[in-house]
Design a protein around this ligand. Structure first.
Ligand code: PGA
Ligand code: ZN
Length: 433
């Protein structure tokens, strides 16, 4: 049994780590008298303008991406303030970080510092309690394994091809267990590899930032055709065993001056892009659509949700940036029925949990997500189970920074044994517009 004093924070250190793109990032190590927690901040490529700011050195070294100033601030000004506090007081510690920073977007301390630290504090407390992280955060009822959204074909800023949309996703909704879902997904991932290498040559199976293949395609339908062919070739039925999804990440191909989206070499205004989505949804069993419109266009999100929200999870990522301020606007506008959850978009775990709670109470599905620049930190796997999200988005079954999350979920499933519940199709059925 751990005693209260075991939870007292004894040391806090910020260290340099590298993310999956080789960029510097912040690693926090928090030690209590009775345990330890390590958190590593991830980093996005298709970031919104509403996110917590990552502190970067600029200059020549590391291509300007260094974090030495962030680490200096961490170790000299922030760390000493945490010594002696109880690691279980997550909300208090996070509010202290917010207060020490004093800016609306964590630009003084750095969102990369607060994220790593906030995660490390939670892990240290769980470790001290001798509890699995998902149970420490989610209580004894945390037993739902999320349905994985596997981004098996990469485009946008995550790949060196001409696909406008960033992510093409397979969803093993018809599996009976989480491990079964992973087996089915890997089978489709392999069958996609054979299809791409036959049709486009071997170079087409090189992978992008999130482990999905990055074939030399330029047409959205080509990518969806590849996914649906791969599902069938692996012996599965589209619409039953598997659903498909997309993250358009459309702020990246929106031309604000002309107010058009450039897709497949053509210009679309918001309403013709909406028509394209509706066509694709019906043709390819698409049940998940993220950031279909740019990050400030609540109205077109709302129009699409009204049209297809009964059969598609329409999700705001850049739109909300894990921030209750923007989520509240979305709820008012009935913009989406899903909300992406990325701790480093807002910068602390407590603010992330507030956001999940707000989404939930408005009937909006939280979707826990990695970043395209990520690490061996598997925190989001436990977070997804803890909040009972029912859905996790963490890349293809390739590259260890993606597999760290899937492997942790496999571990949690084994640990829960017969108590484990796989979310399966549930997040995609009974959706209301
Ligand atoms: P990012 O991409 O981590 O590069 O922002 C992930 C996403 O858009 O969901
Ligand atoms: Zn996204």
């Amino acid at each position: 049994m751990s005693r209260d004093e075991d939870f007292i924070i004894a040391s806090v250190r910020g260290l340099l780590a590298l993310d999956s793109r080789g960029n510097p990032t912040v690693k926090a190590v928090v030690r209590t008298k009775g345990g330890v927690g390590v958190g590593i901040a991830p980093s996005g490529a298709s970031k919104s303008t509403k996110e917590a700011v990552e502190l970067r050195d600029g200059g020549k070294a590391w291509g300007g991406m260094g974090v030495s100033q962030a680490l200096a601030g961490f170790n000299t000004s922030v760390a000493p303030r945490l010594i002696g506090l109880d690691s279980r007081q997550q909300a208090f510690i996070d509010s202290l970080l917010i207060e020490l920073d004093g800016t609306p977007n964590k630009s003084r301390i750095g969102g990369n510092v607060t994220t790593a630290l906030s995660i490390a504090v939670a892990k240290a407390a769980a470790d001290t309690a001798g509890m699995p992280l998902y149970e420490y955060l989610g209580g004894p009822g945390a037993k739902v394994l999320p349905t994985p959204l596997l981004n098996v074909l990469n485009g946008g800023v995550h790949a060196g091809n001409n696909l406008a949309f960033q992510e093409f996703i397979i969803i093993p909704a018809g599996a009976r267990t989480f491990s079964d879902a992973m087996r089915m997904a890997v089978e489709v991932y392999k069958s996609l590899k054979s299809y791409l290498s036959e049709k486009y040559g071997k170079g087409a199976t090189n992978v992008g930032d999130e482990g999905g293949y990055a074939p030399p395609m330029s047409m959205v339908e080509e990518a969806l055709e590849a996914l649906s062919t791969a599902v069938k070739a692996a012996g599965y039925e589209l619409g039953k065993d598997f659903l498909l999804g997309m993250d358009a990440a459309s702020s990246e191909f929106y031309n604000a001056e002309k107010k058009v989206y450039v897709v497949d070499g053509k210009e679309y205004d918001a309403s013709s892009l909406m028509d394209l989505y509706v066509q694709l949804i019906d043709r390819y069993s698409i049940a998940y659509l993220e950031d279909p419109f740019h990050e400030n266009d609540l109205n077109h999100f709302a129009e699409l949700t009204a049209k297809v929200g009964n059969r598609v999870l329409v999700v705001g990522d850049d739109l909300y940036s894990t921030n209750i301020k923007y989520l509240a606007q979305g709820i008012k506008a009935r913009a989406t029925n899903g909300a992406l959850v990325k701790v480093n978009q807002v910068g602390t775990l407590s603010e992330t949990l507030d956001y999940v709670r707000m989404a939930r109470s408005a009937g909006i599905r939280p979707v826990v997500s990695h970043r395209s620049g990520d690490s061996e930190d598997s925190f989001i796997a436990d977070l997804a189970v803890a909040v009972g999200a029912g859905v996790i988005k963490t890349g293809a079954p390739a590259r260890s920074e993606r597999l760290a999350k899937y492997n942790r979920l496999l571990e949690i499933e084994a640990e829960l044994g017969p108590a484990a519940i796989y979310a399966g199709a549930e997040p995609f059925t009974g959706l209301v517009a």
